[in-house]
Design a protein around this ligand. Structure first.
Ligand code: ADP
Ligand code: MG
Ligand code: MG
Length: 512
């Protein structure tokens, strides 16, 4: 019998026969259970699949990655506090206005989002409920002075937090592989049932949508009610969304439809009462009243190439449907908000999280982040970012979502050189989190890559709230729960981590 694998040797080496058995099982299980994506055009061209019928296994890790138990528990335990924090920010229009004012002259996208809010505000909002399906992302960080491990937040997502659907599947798959002895017995002291963590994200996020749907109340038009997923088209990560849609119907009996964002103006109408009405193209005689709009699009300028896309944002925002997220909630997810919260000794965190214990737990997860403006801290950060020796410890981030937008380490000084200084405040400068070295094997487009990896833990949160009517009424949180997790793992040569952006793979935790 082979000697037991130690953590430093994980994952175990596989003989060709063992790897063959593992891969065969992964390939079949993943397709049988929808742990899948539509293939990239570089993998399967349009000419090879003109009808778009093919799907392939999502990028996944062969083994669950090792993850410190205390860090995993820390991430899950503070999610409720993070939900409360971001719900409070989204309800504080005055405070958000201060953030937006710093960005509006240097970031057109933020400006346009803010203008959508102003336009709807002028007319008056008719829906005071908001839903957040959030995901707070972390990396493990080892504190050099105390020699202890903790998590540091990479970012907080308030719109289109993806991969909840696939995260549940990949944790089920790793467990299945354990049960069918696809992992060598030499690793049985590490990969064991009580170390693997099932992600409940699919079900839990779908329950969040169901909670909003039910809080909307009964139909005002007499028409049947539905939830609308507003999506990109084409969308390779469609099965991730389908899993939520199916869970919503199967577990809560709620009908949901997917509608490409660019079709919202033609396929939905607001009546005089601003009820949002949707007629599926397949059944022109049936119209639904939309209770909840779940945005899986609308987070980037690329989703708004035409002027009418902004008309569509106003049309959806002014409707009576509950938005997931509202424009203000989307703006709360700006990296600038994260930077302002993380400013040492700032009063902002306390403003939103008066509970001291909760606030200090959240504070522990902040990594150093600096503005690039003309403040004193901003000037210091500008010096760090323009000097090649110091810049290599940082990442530069614009106010964007979806991966592929950041500038890393050595590339920062040159990038800034090419940018007028007046535009520098559109970015924040963040210290790179350097997790302890790990190894795994990633399966992507049929090829296995083994080597050093970096994992990022995402913790989902569901939060439903009522916004207040003014100074004396600050609104209230109606639902708040931690909604499962996602582990994403990438090769340690890549700075970016996005799975959809082509860098990372979906993974699950093997707690150590
Ligand atoms: P996005 O909203 O586009 O996903 P992120 O802030 O998550 O932007 O950055 C994208 C990726 O860059 C992350 O998934 C992570 O891999 C890497 N990254 C971002 N910030 C840091 C950081 N401070 N330390 C290490 N890696 C980071
Ligand atoms: Mg993001
Ligand atoms: Mg991210």
């Amino acid at each position: 019998m082979a000697a037991a694998v130690k953590h430093a040797e994980y994952p175990p080496d596989l003989s060709p026969e063992e790897q063959q058995y593992l891969l065969t099982n992964i390939k079949d299980w993943s397709i049988a259970h929808g742990l899948a994506v539509r293939p990239a055009p570089s993998f399967v061209s349009q000419a090879q699949d003109p009808s778009g019928v093919l799907a392939t296994t999502a990028p996944i890790t062969l083994f669950p990655s090792l993850f410190p138990r205390s860090c995993f528990e820390q991430g899950l335990a503070i999610q409720n506090a993070y939900n409360e924090l971001y719900s409070a920010i989204a309800r504080d229009e005055e405070w958000l206005k201060g953030i937006v004012e710093e960005l509006i002259h240097v970031d057109d996208f933020v400006e346009r989002l803010w203008n959508v809010h102003l336009e709807v505000k002028k007319e008056g909002y008719v829906q005071d409920l908001s839903l957040g399906l959030f995901r707070s992302d972390y990396m493990v960080h080892s504190d050099q002075s105390s020699h202890s491990l903790g998590i540091k937040q990479v970012e907080f997502n308030t719109i289109a937090s993806s991969f909840g659907g696939l995260s549940s599947r990949v944790s089920s798959m790793h467990r299945h592989l354990l049960y069918i002895d696809a992992y060598p017995s030499s690793s049985s002291s590490i990969i064991k049932a009580d170390a693997l963590r099932q992600s409940k994200a699919t079900s839990s996020l779908a329950l969040g949508l169901a909670a909003a749907h039910s809080a909307y109340g009964s139909s005002r038009t007499g028409l049947p009610l539905c939830v609308l997923f507003v999506v990109q088209d084409p969308e390779r990560n469609v099965f991730d969304q389908r899993h939520l849609q199916y869970a919503l119907l199967e577990e809560s009996g709620v009908h949901a439809f997917r509608l490409p964002f660019h079709q919202t103006l033609s396929d939905t109408k607001a009546d005089l009462d601003r009820n949002l009405l949707y007629t599926p193209p397949s059944s022109p005689s049936t119209t639904y009243e939309v209770t909840t709009i779940y945005f899986r699009a609308g987070y980037s300028p690329d989703d708004h190439p035409r002027e009418e896309d902004w008309t569509a944002r106003v049309h959806l925002e002014r409707s009576r449907a509950i938005k997931c997220p509202s424009i203000l909630t989307q703006l709360a997810g700006c990296k600038k908000v994260q930077q302002v919260l993380a400013t040492p000794h700032s009063p902002h965190l306390r403003r939103f999280l008066p509970d001291e214990t909760l606030a200090s737990r959240v504070l522990e997860t902040f990594a150093p982040i600096y503005p690039l403006d003309e403040s004193k801290a901003g000037q210091e950060a500008r010096n760090l970012a323009t000097n090649p020796d110091s810049a290599c410890k940082y990442v530069l981030k614009p106010q964007r979502e979806g991966g592929g937008n950041n500038i890393y380490r050595k590339a920062i000084p040159n990038f800034l050189k090419g940018l007028p200084q007046t535009h520098w405040p559109a970015y924040i400068l963040m210290e790179m989190i350097e997790p302890p070295p790990l190894r795994n094997a990633i399966l992507r487009n049929g090829e296995v890559q083994r080597g050093g990896v970096i994992s990022e833990l995402g913790v989902y949160g569901v939060c439903l709230w009522r916004k207040g009517s003014g100074e004396s009424d600050k609104g209230e949180v109606l639902q708040n729960w931690e909604a499962g997790y996602l582990l994403r793992t990438k090769g340690d040569q890549s700075e970016e981590g996005g799975v959809a952006a082509g860098f990372g793979a979906v993974d699950s935790c093997c707690l150590v």
